[in-house]
Design a protein around this ligand. Structure first.
Ligand code: AMP
Length: 384
């Protein structure tokens, strides 16, 4: 794969696919983390007198239709504040004119307003590929999607390369996947086994222990023969959970916080062997044994909360886990939207070796899958 740093970009026109899919509330960016993550590549371009056209999607608009609530306008304003210069907003794909603009940084309207994005349309890909001199892919969060701006444009551009964020993501994620040190502890929490099954199976090959949490733990607890009452479980995952349990790497929780409702009716702390039929497990306690595993680990992978941490009554497990990971000297990698909000809530991103910007892309990469955008970027190297 060609990296941006290996190319001469002086005075060039760069089209950069970024992931600026930021949450918008009342027309204002509510959390600019995703925009900030793109700054290193943009700065490098500007330092080399290159002009930049940014491309991103935002939300899920109906394709081919402009919808104000999915406009990139708030993103352009937020970026302008962060980088301290004006950012132009472009709503047409006109290769003749775009880089003639006085703005050094421009952002294209939501790429999902353009017909053909989702279908990986060759014509749209070709238009994007020919807008500038170099097509830079820096949107790790969308690298698992085979769409016009994440695949066809890369395939058809004269020169396509990885931006600084993508390069960093690949370096850190590869370290946890192929170049890790043992003991290796994976912590997999969140709502459902089905969405993380491939990750659990793949990580089972590399990790020494897998600490399960959240709704995922419930299915494993039930598979181990214990009662979980009204807890969230996945019946159709029970046989799979049993066979994974038999491989001996899953660490089941011992103590849970239960309630009779999500709102917190009759909250109790109890052993997982004592759960009653009308109770739900909504949080798990971090045992001494778990803290010790984290302390002794050389590599930690974390995805998914221990409980319904959005509610203060059920945050203890996720909070204690965050604090243990922050104290550990291991190489620690975290990914997933809920995991990053927990990190921002209880510790700091700097307390973890690396926080991935990807949700679905992070999971697929860590499942050992080849992501379409990365695959096509790799094939460009062959044609160099
Ligand atoms: P995920 O996106 O799969 O990582 O799931 C995150 C969500 O799982 C969070 O919003 C949590 O509220 C939810 N969650 C965690 N533990 C439980 C549980 N025991 N029961 C139901 N939902 C849970």
């Amino acid at each position: 794969m060609i990296n941006l740093t290996s190319l001469d970009i002086t005075n060039k026109n760069l089209v950069i696919r970024v992931d600026m899919n930021a949450p918008i509330t009342d027309g204002i960016v509510a959390d600019a983390s995703r925009i900030r993550a793109c700054i290193p590549t943009i700065k490098l371009a500007l330092e080399n007198n290159a002009k930049v056209l940014l491309i991103s999607h935002l939300g899920r608009p109906e394709e081919g239709k402009f919808e104000e609530k999915f406009s990139m306008k708030p993103v352009a304003e937020s970026l302008s504040g962060i980088i301290n210069q004006e950012v132009g907003l472009v709503d047409r794909l006109d290769s003749e004119d775009i880089f003639k603009s006085a703005f050094n940084i421009q952002i294209l309207e939501n790429i999902r307003f353009f017909k053909g994005e989702k279908a990986n349309d060759k014509d749209l890909g070709n238009t994007l590929a020919n807008l500038g001199d170099i097509y830079v892919f820096d949107a790790f969060g969308t690298a698992h999607r085979e769409q016009a701006s994440t695949h066809s444009a890369i395939e058809q551009s004269k020169i396509a390369c990885a931006g600084l964020l993508l390069e960093r993501e690949i370096d850190f994620l590869t370290k946890a996947l192929n170049d890790y040190q043992n003991p290796y502890v994976a912590i997999i929490g969140g709502a459902k086994v089905s969405t993380k099954l491939e990750l659990i199976k793949y990580i089972n090959n590399v990790a020494d222990n897998i600490i399960v949490g959240g709704g995922i733990a419930n299915t494993f607890i039930l598979a181990s023969g214990l009662n979980v009452g009204k807890s969230l479980i996945e019946e159709n995952m029970l046989d799979t959970a049993k066979s994974i349990l038999d491989q001996g790497k899953i660490i089941l929780p011992k103590t849970a916080i239960t309630s009779e409702s999500f709102e917190g009716k009759n909250i109790n702390k109890k052993l997982i062997s004592d759960i009653k039929d009308d109770e739900m497990i909504l949080d798990l306690c971090i045992e001494e044994e778990t803290t010790q595993l984290i302390n002794e680990a050389q590599t930690i992978l974390w995805n998914g909360p221990m409980g319904v941490f959005e509610n203060k009554a059920f945050e203890e497990g996720t909070k204690d886990l965050s604090l243990s990971i922050a104290k550990s000297k291991a190489f620690s990698l975290a990914g997933g939207g809920e995991t990053l909000s927990a990190i921002n809530k209880y510790i700091k991103p700097d307390d973890v070796s690396y926080c991935s910007t990807g949700g679905g892309a992070f999971l697929e990469f860590m499942e050992g899958k080849a992501l379409p955008a990365i695959k096509v970027l790799n094939s460009k190297e062959n044609g160099r």
